[in-house]
Design a protein around this ligand. Sequence first.
Ligand code: SAM
Length: 291
Amino acid sequence: MAEKRWIAETLFDDLGFRMSYRVDRVLYETRTEHQHLVLFEHPFFGTMLMLDGATQITKRDEFIYHEMMSHVTLFAHGSARDVLIVGGGDCGIAEEVLKHRTVERLTQVEIDATVIEFAKEHFPEFAATVFADKRFESVIEDGMKYVARTERRFDVIIIDSTDPQGPGKVLFSQKFYAACKRCMSKGGVLVTQNGVPFFQPRELLSSVSKFRRVFADGSCFVAAIPTYIGGHMAMGWATDDRRLRRTSVTTLAARYRKAGSFSTRYWTPEVHAAAFALPRFIADVVARAKP
Ligand code: SAM
């Protein structure tokens, strides 16, 4: 019997380790206009997508990151109507955002049409509902170009990007965060995929420093995602409203009830509030961030 293939995540090669996944079946593998893409079936995690050697999404643990990036941001804001997602081509975050009835319009700006195509075919549980929702708009464009040119104003901007390499690099730049601030409504919130601080402390330090040059409040919240190796995943947080990340559990619970208490598997009002209580080594990174 042929030896099973193993696919390695090469994101941390410079740190001298790799996470490898035994492949049941490769569904698709190609180099798109923007990046190397491999989609495969794994015996435990189910369908997995890797871009440029970094795990993007698995069917088994996607709910954690998608729920936290969406519901922490929207319940903290409290009345977001116009939402922008940059990246997010797998549509996992869009699906969570559209659970909020207050959201009147959701625009997703993804650079790589191939990722959207595969989401429709291999992640229908997200993409089908999302593309059937008339509030949803899909734009294929570099997120940097979009936020630099748009006349729209967003209450919430969610950056569900790849890591700061290849097409994703510009989404960690000062000019990008400044352009996001320009197309935000008063009291708006920006949330970013910001790596795992145990292995990528400089990424978090750099982003929070840049946030603090254009926003009154720059910080992060955390969650543990099994296939984002390294313990806590940091989600960057930037807004001019310093109160939002201290929203009480009582207020969050009331907003959740008003939103119809839709089902979640990770997010709760208590988990939301606790996510901003940073372990000291991460709090130290955030504290070192100077505008
Ligand atoms: N949750 C994943 C993570 O934390 O690594 C990210 C998932 S999502 C698939 C990342 C998406 O960002 C990819 O589909 C990629 O094509 C998109 N992307 C990368 N750079 C981009 C850019 N400059 N503008 C818009 N989308 C971009």
